[in-house]
Design a protein around this ligand. Structure first.
Ligand code: SAM
Length: 331
């Protein structure tokens, strides 16, 4: 496994960027080897119970299909899906860091994992190699409300419509169709260009109940503000995917919430993330005095923690967004 680049790509020298880097790293829980995997496992369970699937049921499953999981973390989604794939299929989990990737001894025979920065260009050797690209929990990563580098990266990985067949179809006289119509028509001859499946957290729409939860919500804004994190794109994910200019058509997009019976689990997962965040705050506060200190943060979390689980007690959780898109033309 290649060594982690430790996400240094994020480290531009301006303060806001450094701050974003730190808030990003609370998800990595640097130096706390088991915290991030535990949080990701709990998060995975919430997602599984919410969607009821690993692979979206509209995706046609076939022998020999290839799947990429971007920002795979511990690879938990890929590890769950791998044994249920048809023969000769392959799933590859990529992450910018190998900190939490499963060691080779635990890889299923049809799965592998490696380091890849999915905010950058796709290496030529990977272009068009996948039938499905899966993305989950990237909310904290894109900057300035712009997930387009990730969307373009995903599109490039997906299988291509063969140019030669496009030209042949054009030659046969289909040229009079509008570009969109004939690329779709060409699907009949060549098959689709692949699927993008995405699940993410709408961090801009945190749900709160009770004073203690509101207090944490306000403090979170104090953390996000200097890092210039903008979560608006998560409320319009389908528009970003559709308008990225890489040939995606959105088949399904759901901006729902958790079913009531899943909320305790969603709240518990949010609390794990909030506790992890505390560890990053003192470092951040040195650069941005408006950010709460770790002590202030943990003091405020305490009453929330105590009220959760009581009848009509505190609630703090982010609502989900899920999306399925299909690529109809070349990136
Ligand atoms: C919140 S975790 C989600 C992990 C996994 N997708 C899941 O749902 O369990 C986000 C992951 O994205 C990875 N990541 C961050 N920036 C990345 C980049 N530019 N390219 C690839 N992975 C990245 C992080 O290292 C981290 O493992």
């Amino acid at each position: 496994m290649s060594s982690a680049k430790n996400a240094t790509y994020l480290l531009k020298q301006d303060g806001a960027e450094a701050c974003r880097h730190e808030t990003f790293h609370f998800f990595q829980s640097r130096g706390c080897a088991n915290r991030a995997p535990r949080r990701l496992a709990s998060q995975h369970l919430v997602w599984q119970l919410h969607t009821g699937y690993s692979l979206h049921p509209k995706i046609e499953v076939r022998d020999g299909m290839t799947i990429a999981d971007l920002g795979t973390g511990t690879g938990i989604w890929a590890l769950q899906l791998a044994p249920s794939l048809l023969p000769n299929s392959k799933i590859v989990g990529y992450d910018i860091s190998d900190a939490h990737l499963p060691h080779k001894e635990y890889w299923p025979s049809n799965a592998e994992f490696g380091v890849l920065d999915s905010m950058k260009d796709v290496p030529e050797s990977l272009e068009g190699q996948f039938d499905v690209v899966h993305i989950r929990m990237w909310a904290y990563i894109p900057r300035e409300n712009d997930p387009s580098p990730l969307i373009r990266h995903a599109a490039k990985l997906l299988s291509k419509l063969k140019k030669s067949i496009l030209y042949f179809v054009s030659f046969l006289g289909f040229i009079q169709f509008k570009i969109d119509s004939w690329t779709k028509l060409t699907i009949l001859f060549t098959g689709p260009g692949g699927y993008l499946q995405w699940e993410d957290a709408r961090f801009g729409s945190f749900v709160t109940r009770g004073d203690a939860a509101c207090e944490i919500r306000n403090m979170l804004d104090r953390v996000h503000l200097p890092s210039k994190l903008d979560f608006q794109w998560l409320e319009e994910l389908d528009q970003h995917v559709q308008s990225a200019g890489v040939g995606f058509e959105v088949l399904d997009a759901q901006y729902g919430t958790w079913a009531p019976h899943l909320r305790p689990l969603a709240i518990s997962n949010t609390m794990l993330a909030m506790q992890n965040l505390g560890a990053a705050l003192d470092g951040l506060k040195q650069k941005f005095p408006s950010i709460p200190s770790q002590a202030e943060w943990l003091n405020s979390l305490e009453p929330l923690d105590a009220s959760i689980g009581k009848l009509c007690g505190g609630q703090l959780y982010w609502p989900p967004v899920t999306l399925l898109a299909r690529k109809y033309s070349q990136a």
